[in-house]
Design a protein around this ligand. Structure first.
Ligand code: ADP
Length: 158
């Protein structure tokens, strides 16, 4: 049976921190599904299509990475895709507290699905989509925080 991991998130926008987590997870799994959340309550800078397109560009040519949108419970999404693992990145103690609560609750709802955490590499620890969005909104250069193939201006307002 294929080992499939779901990497759920807002990815608004997808950063080099996210990219590094996916790349480091690839030797551990047969397939990684990057699941872009459609959370109507969140005020996103990039549309769901823009976020999916920018991520697809990063992993173009690697058939083990699949990019898809999702809404609803992450564990239900995993079940419907035959995924037994949820992949998450951990930067700080604050991340840990939030992820621990979510991981435990997901585990209660779906004991057959494990959450796998990868510690962020040291150089990516400060990178945070919220701050990257602020830089973009204020006309700053965010290119060093997103994968090199992503040209942010191509995705704004799309
Ligand atoms: P969410 O709204 O689900 O928190 P994010 O897009 O902010 O969505 O994050 C998705 C996942 O990526 C989370 O597990 C988060 O901890 C992780 N992540 C965010 N930024 C980084 C980074 N710089 N390095 C590694 N992992 C990160």
């Amino acid at each position: 049976m294929d080992k499939i991991a779901v990497f759920p998130g807002s990815f608004d926008p997808f950063t080099v921190g996210h990219e590094s987590i996916v790349k480091r997870a690839l030797p551990l799994f047969d397939r990684v599904i990057i699941a872009v959340g459609e959370n109507a309550e969140k005020k996103n800078l990039f549309t769901i299509e823009a976020r999916m397109n920018m991520i697809a560009k990063v992993f173009e040519g690697d058939s083990r990475v699949v990019v898809t949108r999702y809404s609803g419970l992450t564990v239900e999404f995993c079940r419907s895709h035959g995924a037994r693992y949820i992949l998450r990145g951990l930067r700080t103690a604050a991340d840990f507290e939030y992820e621990r609560a979510m991981g435990h609750m997901n585990w209660k709802m779906a004991p057959e699905i494990d959450t796998v955490f990868l510690l962020t590499s040291t150089e990516h620890t400060p990178i945070n989509s919220t701050i990257v969005r602020d830089i973009i909104k204020n006309g700053g250069d965010a290119s060093m925080f997103v994968p090199a193939v992503i040209s942010i201006s191509d995705y704004l307002g799309k």
